[in-house]
Write a protein that binds this ligand. Structure first.
Ligand SMILES: [Fe+2]
Ligand SMILES: [Fe+2]
Length: 342
């Protein structure tokens, strides 16, 4: 495996890899790089505004209070879960915080920063302005800090509460992403990671903004979420712009590949980890039938579809603008996943 997940220059296995062909300025039907709107950096005040440069370490008090906003734990609203013993209910909120922080750390360390490193070092050969390449270094620092403060907070919570995180080494989204890559040729893995990073960086802002608006949790947790949301606002702008540069660089086959894949990648990022939530609820004394009922009612396909469409609305707009859904099979794929109306 190469240093930047298969995306480095001169990879012998890159026969198909679209990124290996991107040291040229492809002029697809949508235009060329030269015709794109100029890149406007969102990082002009990064030195003063980035969390890693300006926010203090967030420290939990001895009594951490409510570990995670109840209104952001979907199963917590179900009558069977509301009826759990108070210590189990509190444990449920704590595990949700762990699940969220673990997801964040793994996303930043295991996917996003590999890709951002590839952009900054030029091993991902999409032609971009020099300022954009430099800004990728700032994102790299931001994401490392987000991963770090997530791990730091998990450790503090465990220390204060004595509750061990019940998280698997490989979160649900990483398992699904790995399974998706396994269905493709090995030399496509790097391109898939790049597309997934664009998805996660343009969706994460929506979920973080929602979370950070809540004040119904201990202050240090809300502060960490706010720190992250502010940084991710800049990352969102960056990757929305990066998508246009990438798209202009892709040939027909690569555009079709990407257009068909985006809906599944959105799904992978947003799908709740039902197996993990289900086994946790079993551990609190709910029977298998009761757990199945909670999951079916809380995460109905209608609810999940509405959530995915709402959270992905900005990205879906960007994909419409570049006409990604005009690629053969792409619209069907988005419709079948409930992301576009039939
Ligand atoms: Fe982040
Ligand atoms: Fe980010």
């Amino acid at each position: 495996m190469c240093g930047t997940v298969g995306l480095f220059t001169g990879c012998a296995a890159a026969a198909f890899c679209p990124l290996s062909q991107l040291n040229r300025k492809a002029a697809g039907p949508a235009g060329s790089v030269a015709e794109l709107p100029p890149y406007r950096t969102a990082f002009a005040n990064w030195d003063r505004r980035a969390s890693v440069r300006s926010s203090p370490r967030r420290i939990l008090p001895e009594d951490i209070g409510d570990p995670f906003p109840v209104d952001l734990v979907p199963v917590a609203k179900h009558e069977l879960v509301k009826g759990l013993r108070p210590e189990f209910f509190r444990r449920l909120l704590t595990q949700q915080l762990y699940r969220y922080l673990h997801f964040t750390a793994k996303l930043e360390f295991m996917v996003v920063n590999y890709v951002v490193l590839g952009i900054s070092q030029g091993s991902i050969q999409v032609p971009i302005p020099d300022q954009m390449r430099f800004d990728a270094l700032k994102i790299y620092c931001d994401e490392a800090y987000h991963g770090y403060f997530s791990v730091d907070l998990m450790r503090q919570v465990q220390e204060r509460t004595g509750i061990a995180p019940a998280v698997s080494d490989e979160p649900h989204f990483l398992r699904r992403l790995a399974a998706l890559k396994a269905r493709h040729k090995p030399d496509q893995a790097g391109f898939i990671d790049l597309l997934f990073t664009i998805v996660s960086e343009t969706l994460i802002t929506a979920s973080l903004t929602e979370i950070s608006k809540s004040r119904d949790a201990t202050e240090a947790v809300v502060d960490v979420l706010n720190d992250h949301a502010l940084d991710e606002g800049r990352h969102h702008a960056y990757f929305a712009s990066y998508l246009t540069y990438l798209w202009a660089s892709l040939g027909r086959a690569e555009r079709t590949f990407a257009g068909r894949l985006f809906p599944e990648l959105i799904d992978i990022f947003l799908e709740p980890d039902l197996p993990s939530i289900g086994s946790e609820l079993c551990g609190y004394g709910l029977g298998a039938d009761e757990v199945a009922r909670v999951l079916a009612e809380v995460f109905s396909s209608q609810v999940q579809g509405d959530y995915k469409r709402a959270t992905a609305s900005k990205l879906l707009g960007y994909l419409q603008e570049i006409e990604a859904f005009a690629e053969p099979g792409a619209r069907d794929e988005a419709q079948s996943r409930g992301l576009l109306p039939v």
